[in-house]
Design a protein around this ligand. Structure first.
Ligand SMILES: Cc1cc2nc3c(=O)[nH]c(=O)nc-3n(C[C@H](O)[C@H](O)[C@H](O)COP(=O)(O)OP(=O)(O)OC[C@H]3O[C@@H](n4cnc5c(N)ncnc54)[C@H](O)[C@@H]3O)c2cc1C
Length: 389
């Protein structure tokens, strides 16, 4: 547990480190990757070498054992200084499934290598084309045959699959009709994708409006060792849910970083751009949206801080993690919209980076969880309203 003064010092050092890395990979680097839809290998390598992606892994497994509030600061800074952590943020937190529910043997075998970057665990195969948000209706199955499971089915939006060695996979091991509750009978596996690719697994990239290396994956009788099972068979849904709060908090931090980038970019431009013989920032019509986006961002960050504190105290309710994600993604989008408008026509010119960041910021109201589902959670769990689905 870090003391307050220590925490301030660590955050300041981390922000300096991240800033230096982001300065090495400036706008032109990201523009080129975006244009050609290439993975930012060099940027990810730099973060890995600095140990930043291993910050949440306990020290006994080779990580830095830092709390989620510091993990959030890393991602926030990456986005604030103009880069994008979407290519590698999952290397930070997908390991949580192994850490919380894996056997000692699995933890010893994988976590130190994930910490060093020798193994990349940044693919998370949950969403399916027909089930969508209704996760318990997934139809990918893993059938036990001797000392193996045989996997059949399809995943969609499995991001970074082509840049990951391992994948956390959710599959049904008992048919929905044979379980009391549909959340039962789902299991989590840690799959070695390098082997699976030789044995019936196919990855197909999906071209999207942002450079996110996302894919669809097909499993055609893919054998995986029975030892790939994480925890107990049939309890996988619970294991997946247990990682959601961390993911929401960390994505919220990225949104705050994006919002800060837009606010700074817009303020700088509003001071520089002269029309009618004065800077456009002199007009309140330009000032007020910037000030409003700033206020929204500060408010969202306060909720994010509270979500981090609750998480670090062991609170497992999703209320603040969900609210942090909701408010931060809305603050970043409001900032993106404001920044676009402030820049007028130049907003759509590639070289200003505004249009790219604008496309990137929009994702976070949809993934990893959509705004509606967060509102449904709050309505049901905080306000006692009937479950709507
Ligand atoms: C770029 C990208 C990367 C992603 N990466 C991953 C990944 O790595 N791994 C992974 O497993 N998934 C990933 N996802 C999937 C993401 O989590 C889902 O897209 C998201 O959860 C929404 O599911 P869906 O797209 O099927 O929408 P649907 O479930 O079809 O929903 C469509 C719309 O209807 C709304 N809706 C649905 N049901 C309700 C309801 N009951 N009440 C109110 N509104 C409702 C939703 O909010 C949404 O707005 C990614 C998605 C994208 C776009």
């Amino acid at each position: 547990m870090l003391m307050k003064a220590e925490q301030v010092e660590v955050v300041s050092q981390i922000r300096d480190t991240v800033k230096k890395v982001c300065e090495e990979y400036g706008g032109e680097y990201w523009r080129e990757k975006d244009r050609t839809r290439q993975y930012p290998t060099e940027f990810v390598k730099s973060l890995t070498e600095l140990g930043l992606l291993a910050s949440l892994i306990p020290e006994e497994y080779g990580g830095s054992g830092l709390p989620i509030s510091i993990g959030s600061e890393i991602l926030k800074a990456i986005h604030e200084f103009g880069a994008n952590a979407g290519a590698c943020h999952a290397q930070m937190y997908t390991m949580g499934t192994v850490l919380r529910h894996g056997s000692d043997q699995q933890k010893q075998a994988y976590l130190p290598k994930i910490a060093s970057g020798e193994l990349r665990l940044q693919a998370f195969g949950v969403t399916e084309p027909t089930a969508g948000t209704d996760t318990t209706s997934i139809s990918t199955v893993a059938e036990r045959k001797g000392d193996q499971y045989i996997v059949n089915g399809q995943k969609v939006w499995t991001s970074r699959a082509e840049h990951s060695d391992l994948m956390v996979l959710l599959a049904r091991t008992t048919p929905k009709e044979s379980v009391e509750k549909k959340s039962q009978g789902l299991s989590v596996f840690l799959i070695d994708m390098r082997d699976a690719l030789k044995n019936g697994m196919t990855i197909k990239p999906i071209r999207t409006m942002l450079n996110h290396s996302t894919t669809e994956i097909f499993f055609d009788n893919v054998p995986i060792p029975a030892s790939s099972l994480i925890g107990e068979e049939g309890k996988g849904f619970k294991y997946i849910l247990s990682g959601m709060n961390a993911e929401r908090i960390l994505i919220a931090a990225e949104c705050i970083g994006d919002a800060r980038w837009f606010i700074k970019k817009a303020s700088d431009y509003a001071n520089e751009r002269v029309v009618f013989g004065r800077p456009i920032g002199k007009n309140q019509g330009i000032q007020f949206p910037i000030a409003r986006a700033f206020s929204q961002t500060e408010a969202a960050e306060a909720i994010l801080d509270k979500a981090c504190a609750l998480y670090e105290d062991g609170d497992t309710s999703g209320t603040y993690a969900n609210m942090a994600k909701l408010l931060s993604s809305e603050a970043s989008w409001a900032s993106a919209e404001m920044c676009m408008q402030t820049h007028g026509g130049f907003a759509v010119a590639e070289e200003y980076d505004v249009e790219r960041k604008f496309r990137e910021a929009r994702l976070y109201q949809i993934a990893p969880i959509s705004t509606n589902l967060i509102l449904s959670y709050l309505a049901e769990h905080e306000l006692g309203l009937p479950r709507s689905y």
